[in-house]
Design a binder for this molecule. Structure first.
Ligand SMILES: Nc1ncnc2c1ncn2[C@@H]1O[C@H](COP(=O)(O)OP(=O)(O)O)[C@@H](O)[C@H]1O
Ligand SMILES: [Mg+2]
Length: 416
């Protein structure tokens, strides 16, 4: 308890007004607070003496009854509990059970007159930290020191785990933010590149065709030059479409996930010669944009892995809905993946896919195909996803209305 006193320090004979110095004596709060359950005053004093002699700086509350014990636990959570085993109307085991329920991290040491070995073992098994016989109080300080040290280590460990969990959550939030920002940026650039450059090139082409039609027939070199320029514009238009589609295929936003997977599978097959078949039970069903984006990006990464690592000749893709989740399975008939490859924490492609699914409350699994060679990737994401940060981008495709215009075959949904 803080103790304050007001003490006169001088008095002026002239003014007859005494001046005062206020002395505040604050008793330093002990860090270690012991709750002692002991009905014998002499035993309690002996225990305190042993603790002081051992150099422990502590405050202590002694109780004798269950009510007193419960109240003391509520009033001030103890750093350590010292309890006799047999008490009138209450027993040490009950005290231990209450402590384990109310403050499981607080070390609990029995300080008792007699305790058979079997009982001692039982109490340790049921959660007591230690026991010390009153006839051997020299053991008390080492037991207390050890208990406090271990409790401190446990608390430190718990804090470190909490910090780790918190920073993991922050990283996840950051990852969601970066991924959605990146996706929006890609969509915006894809649209700009396709619409603005595409339109500019198309009008160049029209003007050039008009010029060519006005050229006199005898101007052969000029006619040849305009022809080659027109061909050049055509190939540039194709390049613009390819870049725009690679950034974000319009088919995903306008025709849905199944169509986007089929389109991507077709591209993959044409590019690699590996047969790729998509079986979708979803039809043209519209999914939330972040869900279809996650599936599509995982699918692209999986196909890239198949090209790079599998040596496969065939890929089968299944997309379906079951129990409120959408499931994508991609199976190849290649060399298969090994356990160490699956578990490698530095495989950023696999880590990224796993994280993408986890961000939406889903799972990503990769493994060998049962019986036979090949790799199976399985992604399941619930239709109802955990709360996601708001996408506030003005150009967010989900907000921006679609302006009808002729569609580009490679990139349906985008104006030419
Ligand atoms: N379809 C597959 N078939 C065989 N091995 C695969 C397949 N997909 C992934 N792997 C293995 O898993 C590893 C990790 O993949 P990933 O994280 O995407 O890294 P990266 O493709 O950059 O090597 C690959 O290096 C490869 O050994
Ligand atoms: Mg990869």
């Amino acid at each position: 308890m803080p103790r304050a006193g007001v003490f006169p320090c001088c008095s002026s004979t002239k003014s007859q007004k005494p001046c005062y110095t206020v002395l505040v004596r604050i008793t330093v709060k002990k860090d270690i607070h012991i709750l002692m359950l002991e009905d014998d005053v002499a035993d309690a004093e002996l225990t305190k003496f042993a603790l002081r002699k051992g150099g422990l700086d502590f405050s202590l509350a002694r109780v004798e009854t269950k009510d007193g014990y419960l109240k003391a636990l509520e009033d001030r959570p103890p750093t350590l509990i010292l309890s006799d085993y047999s008490l009138p109307g209450f027993n040490g085991q009950d005290a231990l059970d209450i402590a384990l329920e109310q403050c499981p991290e607080t070390p609990f040491i029995f300080v008792t007159g007699t305790m058979g070995e079997e009982v001692a073992i039982e109490t340790l098994k049921s959660g007591a930290t230690d026991y010390v016989l009153k006839t051997r109080l020299s053991r008390l300080m080492p037991a207390v020191n050890r208990a406090l040290r271990e409790a401190g280590q446990r608390a430190q460990h718990r804090r470190a785990q909490e910090q780790l969990r918190e920073s993991h959550q922050q990283l996840r939030a950051l990852s969601v933010f970066l991924q959605s920002g990146r996706e929006e940026e890609r969509t915006r650039i894809a649209r700009e590149v396709h619409d603005e450059l595409g339109q500019a090139l198309t009008s160049c082409k029209l003007d050039l065709s008009w010029l060519a039609s006005k050229l006199p027939r005898e101007q052969k070199p000029l006619i040849e030059k305009t022809k080659s320029l027109l061909a050049h514009i055509d190939s540039t238009i194709q390049t613009v479409r390819r870049i725009s589609t690679e950034l974000r295929p319009g088919v995903l936003d306008h025709l849905g996930l199944s169509a986007a997977l089929e389109w991507q599978a077709n591209e993959f097959q044409n590019k690699t010669g590996i047969r790729c078949e998509v079986r979708s039970a979803l039809g043209d069903r519209a999914l939330e944009q972040n869900l279809s984006t996650a599936f599509f990006r995982i699918f692209q990464e999986t196909l890239t892995n198949i090209i790079r690592h599998a040596g496969a000749t065939e890929v089968t893709v299944h997309l379906n809905e079951a129990e409120g989740s959408i499931r994508l399975q991609v199976v190849d008939n290649g060399r298969g993946i090994s356990r160490s490859e699956m578990d490698n924490a530095s495989s950023m492609g696999l880590v990224g896919m796993r994280e993408r699914a986890a961000l939406l409350g889903g799972t990503f699994r990769i493994g060998r195909v049962n019986r036979g060679s090949g790799t199976r990737v399985s992604v399941t994401i619930p239709l109802k996803t955990p709360a996601q940060p708001e996408a506030n981008h003005e150009d967010s495709p989900s907000r921006r209305p679609y302006r009808g215009a002729p569609r580009d075959a490679a990139n349906p949904g985008r104006r030419i």
